[in-house]
Design a protein around this ligand. Sequence first.
Ligand code: UDP
Ligand code: GLC
Length: 424
Amino acid sequence: MSEHTDPPAPSIMSSPGRGGDDRPRILFVDHTAALGGAELYLSDVAEAYRATAAAFLFQDGPLRSRLEDRGVPVHVFEAPAALDNVRKGSSIGRAAAAVPALVRVSVAIAQTARSFDLLFANSQKAMICAGPAAAWTQTPLVWCLHDLLTEDHFSRLNRWVATRWANLFASGVLVNSEATRSAFIEAGGDGRRTALAYNGINTALFDDAVTDSAALRRDLGIPADAAMLGVFSRLAPWKGQHVAIEALDHLPGAHLLLVGDAMFGEDAYEQRLQSMAARRAVGDRVHLLGFRNDIPRLMKAVDVVLHTSTSAEPFGRVIIEGMMAGTPVVATMGGGPDEIIEDGETGRLVPAGDPEALADAINHVLTGEDGDLVDRARRQAEARFSRAAMLRDVDQHLRDVLAETGVTPTSGHCARPGARVSSD
Ligand code: UDP
Ligand code: GLC
């Protein structure tokens, strides 16, 4: 089933009793238009506010059509290349060179922001550019923080700037896990502004997905009795697809599907995976399927869903999706996975970067000795990670911010950018 056939998200503010007049007008801002997990999240959230919302993207790409298909108007403002060149570990020089670009994007956001009640920045670059725009236009800003601000992922400079900027300009910070919240505070962020909203997935996508494991095996040349494992993450060194390939040494006959592509310039890693599989003589057991829109169908077809990140994962949508698919999940411990999986009860947690431990856990779940682990996992996922729960938690935070900053939707802006909101 294509994700585009996903039933629409409920329009969050049009519930009986609230009427349609007090819907906040939200401008969702993202620097990328590629479909990473944060952008898939954004498309569900923005859709829920589609009657009064719009999105502002710094580039064109698949996120634009996904949002437009869901009824969310999109403004694309092509950001100058200097902004794109700033990466997680960038030096002061490169960051300084991007300042003129930042100003241009901020001005463009400010011009658009005047017709909105709230700015929702869905990435760090979006938050950096939206901050001054929020101040100029007196529009409250919420930063949705999808990343762990730790030294594994970001330079010291990057963490310092991001947290200070957020403290200065953001009235609220939505975090996708307790781990993300702790890292934000540890890096200098003001924890009182944070609120937790776990990602949630529309369960119907998994209920409705029709799968034919035998046909998939035939198409890929995988024997009927071979274990079929799947990693469903973009190709990036920290997502650890190489660890899954190494684990094949300990899993004779098992086949591995690598679903996802190199989204943010990690093409060299894709090459590395291919040559590594060939060198280890497991090339015929590794299947690179590229980016797919039928994740529920594929997750239901495989025997085990693997999550193999080599450093702590901020949240990990693929884990809750595997749980919803009714397929056992083996995940790297650390960060979001520790909050999602109860080890041995709803999935298996293994140490990061340890192919032997990964293979052991896979062998264990393949024996079926964990009993009704998948049923428990599915019930847990439905109870804790539904799309409705996510939308409720996000909406609560946005309303708290609007109330705290004194903005009543459509009343015009009288916000105090950076004003504190309580975290409860
Ligand atoms: N995904 C997808 N197609 C692919 C590979 C992955 O739609 O080919 C989706 C996957 O189902 C999940 C998201 O991409 O919803 C990845 O999110 P996650 O939080 O696991 O990791 P991220 O890439 O955001 O760090
Ligand atoms: C980011 C994180 C991932 C998380 C996703 C959605 O892409 O890397 O862990 O699940 O955002 O919040």
